[in-house]
Write a protein that binds this ligand. Sequence first.
Ligand SMILES: NC(=O)c1ccc[n+]([C@@H]2O[C@H](COP(=O)([O-])OP(=O)(O)OC[C@H]3O[C@@H](n4cnc5c(N)ncnc54)[C@H](O)[C@@H]3O)[C@@H](O)[C@H]2O)c1
Length: 307
Amino acid sequence: MATKLITGSRVVAITGAARGIGLATAKAVYATGAKVAIADIDEAGAKAAAASLGDRAFGTFVDVTDFDSFAAFIAATEDALGPVDVLDNNAGIMPIGPFLEETPETAERQLTINVLGVLNGMKAVLPGMLARGRGHIFNTASAAGKTPVPGGLTYAATKAAIVSATETARVEYRNRGIHFTCVMPSFTNTDLIAGTNGTRFFKNAEPEDVAAAIVDAIENPRPDIYVPGTLKGMFTAQKFVGRGVRDALNRAIKADRTFLEIDRTARAGYENRIAAPEPAKELAAAPSDDAVVPAADPAREPASARD
Ligand SMILES: NC(=O)c1ccc[n+]([C@@H]2O[C@H](COP(=O)([O-])OP(=O)(O)OC[C@H]3O[C@@H](n4cnc5c(N)ncnc54)[C@H](O)[C@@H]3O)[C@@H](O)[C@H]2O)c1
């Protein structure tokens, strides 16, 4: 059995925590008495979030697609707060629309952030966790990793990869004191789903619902988190009813149209943000003298500056 982590003495590092589910998780974890490292490609947002929480929070830059940046984030967290007990690989993007309208660059961007980013995170923390014989890694997939999502083909593929990677890591590192949890939310009210209508009959979740489930799983480790919890039963039932019934049910709740019938105007702000050419790196190239992050914080240094 893996060792249980103790509330209050933990250091929890969260990527993509300047906003949305990551920020809600940072707040919920902080409220348990833990120390929290909030990292994001939006460096200013990460620092502001940490400053709003208090002195057990640390805000810094990370570009999860760059292993050196991830390793620097973990090193900076360990300097500021101590060894990382929990890593929440939360950062992700969701460009949506018809598959054939997606550019190769957009597909690659999703694969590098949503998949490579998570693999980088596991590689950055696992050596330390294995040496200490304890740790917990949360990898954020999605309900889209378990069921077809027309209009989100590449996104669903990236999330299915995370379901598989998390399960494989759990088996590869069994009996080493490390917990792995795959986080699978359905539609959750953040910028990521701006301009979509959700599904018929099902209420969207709130970021706080996902955060509460993660806090609970830190205390009571388990391999999977579904939000809402009823998704687990639905996905189990899917295996028995067969594809035809599953697809008909998805049509009945309009899950087959929700990422195709999009309000592009309402979504423009989100799409622009995720397509932006990494503004935080530009910030990092010309560091401010913000007091929240020490001047020597290596996580702020873009990989290119260290080569
Ligand atoms: N909102 C939903 O309906 C929903 C459902 C299922 C899964 N998810 C997943 O939950 C996670 C969080 O999503 P959210 O809804 O809070 O989205 P969000 O857009 O509100 O937050 C995502 C954060 O990730 C950051 N980020 C993007 N690229 C990054 C990079 N290269 N390095 C570091 N940070 C980066 C963004 O700056 C942003 O702050 C994502 O992995 C998403 O796929 C969301």
